[in-house]
Design a protein around this ligand. Structure first.
Ligand code: ADP
Ligand code: MG
Ligand code: MG
Length: 255
């Protein structure tokens, strides 16, 4: 059993107008085999939370802690965090022209595990995983995300998740821009990862529809840079009814 603890995290970004604090005391603890849905209005800092935990250099930690099994992730480089078992599925995955999906995945797997995967089992695992995600085998030889549709990029993120087998995955709006079929296929991939490895999941979403496929154990409302409410799956139903208005500052727009 592993634990990811985020303790009273404050973080800022450097903007043209100066340094702006986005995270304002975010705290949450996730265990293996738990799915936490983080729901909140646009601009509340959900992606900032994801990037700060993963170690994006643009996001500057002001104070607080991020611990994986008691080890301080904030002292580690991005690749060290990945080796410890942290995975981020990005809201807007980057295109990497000139690097093929197979090369990228094999290199990442080798780095994360500290040794190259056995070629025969690896090839089979890759082929099987792509098949289950209904990805055309041709994608293996294409450059990472280059010219992929929105849905294909999200499948590629889940493919990485299934192959790299992290302890914790932050899924940043993996559902956005997916049609119903793609949503189901992508969700099944996340569910497989959880079943196979006991993955702990931080599922960031703006909408409740993905929660029909990926059942959360715990639902959080995230607003203005911190967790403002925590409940069970019924909290998601309540949000569907009421929206985020009551969690917003006066006069703000929840979209
Ligand atoms: P969410 O994911 O909840 O929609 P974000 O974390 O993307 O929210 O953004 C939170 C706030 O921080 C927004 O006001 C956004 O404009 C600002 N912000 C985030 N990243 C940057 C950045 N790199 N530069 C400037 N402002 C940023
Ligand atoms: Mg947003
Ligand atoms: Mg976001």
């Amino acid at each position: 059993m592993s634990t990811l603890e985020i303790k009273d995290l404050y973080a800022s970004v450097e903007t043209k107008e100066g340094r702006k604090q986005i995270l304002k005391g975010a705290s949450v603890t996730i265990n293996s085999n738990e799915t936490h849905a983080i729901m909140g209005p646009n601009g509340s800092g959900k992606s900032t939370l994801a990037y700060t935990i993963a170690g994006h250099p643009k996001y500057l930690v002001d104070s607080g802690e991020v611990l994986l099994d008691g080890e301080d992730l904030l002292k580690m480089t991005v690749d060290e965090r990945a080796k410890k078992g942290l995975f981020l599925a990005m809201q807007y995955p980057e295109e990497v022209p000139g690097v093929s999906m197979t090369n990228f995945l094999r290199t990442a797997k080798t780095e994360v595990d500290g040794q190259a995967p056995a070629i025969r089992t690896w090839t089979k695992e890759l082929t099987d995983a792509m098949k289950k995600l209904r990805m055309d085998p041709k994608f293996a030889s294409r450059s990472v995300n280059e010219g992929f549709s929105g849905g294909e990029k999200k499948r590629a993120e889940v493919l990485q998740l299934e192959l790299l087998k992290p302890k914790f995955a932050i899924m940043d709006e993996t559902d956005s821009g997916l049609d119903v079929d793609a949503l189901r296929i992508v969700s099944e991939g996340v569910n497989r990862a959880k079943e196979n490895t006991g993955l702990g999941i931080l599922l960031i979403t703006h909408y409740t529809r993905i929660l029909k496929y990926i059942k959360p154990d715990i639902v959080h409302v995230f607003a203005q840079g911190r967790f403002v409410k925590t409940g069970g799956p019924e909290l998601a139903d309540e949000l569907e009814e009421t929206g985020y208005d009551k969690y917003m500052p006066e006069g703000a727009d929840s979209e």
